[in-house]
Design a binder for this molecule. Structure first.
Ligand SMILES: [Zn+2]
Length: 247
């Protein structure tokens, strides 16, 4: 049996070597232990409800880089409320504090390296913390896995349960998934149906060829060339507008 002091109430807490998660029997705090010491579990409250998460997804899907009508036509499948574990490292790098977030659970979900921990929103994750039905994803990556590659020296390290919604959806017969950060409303996706750029490219190439031809005409008949160029400009504008609206 080894012993540490509870980081919250300073009571002695005994644990078996190899154990990484213990509960303080005095204050009920969940304590995370690794070779570098004892720390807290933190959790960040959900700011987005399921409805908010779907609304956030729809606004994202309506963005200009997304396929036309993705926001209307995406068929939403499973929506899951999850607490995803990340390590939060506060490091002293040449006198400046740097915060680094790394996933503590193995995942293929996008964006989980880019999460930002909101200041002041960390709640100690103890028995009184209400997870509100969120699935707790188990940490399965050891903190020591990251320690050797981190810059500077350690100031604080802890395990933070990060609130996310994962939304599965289908579009055009294919399945996709996004992660909605339930604290910052940011949306992460590794692949998504993108707006085709072929039509824009075709308009640009045709417009360019027309101008080259009109340049040749100008050497023979300037007036005719200017009229043709005017028509080309209007045609390019009109077709770009059409592409933007319909495709
Ligand atoms: Zn305690």
């Amino acid at each position: 049996m080894a012993q540490i002091r509870c980081p919250k109430c300073a009571a002695p807490v005994e644990f078996d070597a190899g154990t990484r998660f213990v509960k303080c029997s005095y204050c009920d705090s969940q304590i995370y232990i690794d070779r570098s010491g004892a720390g807290f579990y933190y959790a960040i409250p959900f700011k987005l409800s399921e409805g908010d998460a779907i609304g956030t997804f729809k606004r994202w899907a309506g963005g200009s880089t997304k396929a036309k009508d993705l926001d209307r036509l995406a068929q939403i499948g499973k929506v899951k409320k999850r607490y995803f574990p990340v390590y939060l490292f506060r490091r002293d790098v040449d006198g400046k504090e740097e915060v680094i977030i790394e996933p503590a659970g193995s995942t293929i979900l996008p964006g989980l390296h880019q999460l930002k921990v909101p200041g002041g929103d960390l709640k100690i994750f103890d028995a009184t913390f209400d997870t509100n039905g969120a699935e707790m994803v188990k940490p399965d990556i050891d903190m020591t896995h990251y320690l050797s590659s981190l810059p500077g020296t350690a100031k604080e390290q802890s395990l933070v349960f990060f609130p996310i919604w994962t939304i599965d959806y289908t579009f055009g017969g294919k399945d996709y998934q996004v992660v909605v950060d339930a604290s910052s409303s940011e949306v992460f996706a590794s692949i998504f149906p993108a707006r085709g750029s072929t039509a824009y490219l075709a308009v640009a190439i045709l417009g360019f060829l027309a101008f080259v031809a009109e340049g040749l005409v100008a050497t023979m008949n300037l007036f005719l060339a200017l009229v043709l160029m005017g028509i080309t400009v209007v045609a390019v504008l009109a077709s770009s507008l059409f592409v933007a609206r319909r495709l």
